[in-house]
Write a protein that binds this ligand. Structure first.
Ligand SMILES: Nc1ncnc2c1ncn2[C@@H]1O[C@H](COP(=O)(O)OP(=O)(O)O)[C@@H](O)[C@H]1O
Ligand SMILES: [Mg+2]
Length: 299
């Protein structure tokens, strides 16, 4: 088991790490099985929220770090970004230890990272600010490490401006919910496609999000080609072993869209005008509390 320094179920001294109130902004975590469209949706959502006037910080918490390119940064620029976890100077300044070092007496578990967005985020299209987190040591590798402490503190306590929205893209699966990364988030967007496996992972994700205290969990069904796809997902959700009592704040159906593949991973082309970008814009409106009809399938 990974000894997580900041998980609320952890050891005594870990529990004293304060969880800052979400202050003015809100934090949205995008989660789900691999390949269902998390990064595409995170990038579209970040840009649509920004186009609607919200200050947006996109956080790439997938160690494969492809959110920059998906947001539309050119590939060379995206590849040149140094993830937070690999920034030796920053990690050491904040935690007192270098990336890769074990937990020494000196490790600060709750580093002051209020300046992280100003100092470390880079500009992405539509005024989105991008923070690339990079990988954290995995189970077995010893998680009581400076990178984990820094990344967890970062998502939990980065200073947000009024009305600012953090959109965090994650790696596949549910691990970030068992760890500290999604702690302090207000909203989870669980992405599935119309397959049984994706819905199973989505349900586990939704349950963990709720257990973690994330009050609003939304379901996004991506790659919907026809009404039967949505009905199939409904059927999977209704299975007896599907976790009775699971409820979603809203459900959004996103259409299958060939344009997603035209110059993937960038969502630039989609944002020129596409049913998929329009559907994600309705999700953006829903998150901002603007009335709409989230159930509508865009065609
Ligand atoms: N609605 C959609 N219609 C068609 N292709 C899509 C759609 N959403 C995502 N894709 C494509 O599916 C692939 C996987 O998407 P991605 O966002 O990388 O998934 P994840 O981040 O969940 O692994 C990408 O090639 C992307 O362009
Ligand atoms: Mg991804």
């Amino acid at each position: 088991m990974c000894d997580d320094p900041l998980h609320p179920g952890g050891h005594d001294h870990h529990q004293r790490v304060p969880i800052s109130a979400a202050s003015n902004g809100r934090r949205v975590v995008i989660a789900g099985k691999g390949g269902v469209g998390k990064s595409t949706i995170a990038a579209l959502l970040a840009r649509q929220l920004s186009r609607r006037g919200a200050p947006v910080v996109a956080v790439d918490a997938d160690e494969q770090s492809n959110l920059g390119a998906t947001l539309g940064l050119d590939l060379e620029r995206a590849a040149s970004l140094v993830p937070l976890a690999a920034d030796v100077g920053y990690v050491e300044e904040k935690t007192g230890a270098r990336p890769g070092e074990g937990a020494g007496e000196m490790l600060r578990l709750n580093p002051d990272v209020t300046d992280v967005v100003e100092r470390m985020a880079v500009d992405a299209p539509d005024g989105v600010r991008l923070l690339v987190m990079g990988g954290v040591a995995r189970a077995g590798g010893g998680c009581l490490c400076p990178e984990t402490a820094l990344l967890a503190a970062t998502v939990r306590s980065m200073r947000l401006r009024r009305g600012e929205v953090v959109v965090m893209d994650t790696h596949a699966g549910v691990e970030h919910f068992g760890r500290s990364l999604a702690l302090g988030f207000d909203e989870a967007v669980v992405v599935v496609d119309p397959t049984r496996n994706a819905v199973t992972v989505g349900q586990a994700t939704a349950r963990l999000a709720a257990e973690l205290g994330i009050s609003s969990v939304r379901l996004v069904v991506n790659r919907v080609r026809e009404p039967a796809d949505a009905e199939r997902v409904n059927g999977y959700l209704g299975l007896p072993d599907s976790g009775a009592g699971l409820s979603f704040s809203s459900v959004h159906l996103l259409p299958y869209d060939e344009r997603a593949l035209a110059d993937e991973p960038s969502v630039d082309r989609l944002l020129l005008g596409s049913p998929l970008a329009d559907a994600v814009d309705r999700l953006a409106g829903d998150l901002l509390g603007v009335a709409g009809d989230p159930w509508e399938v865009a065609r």
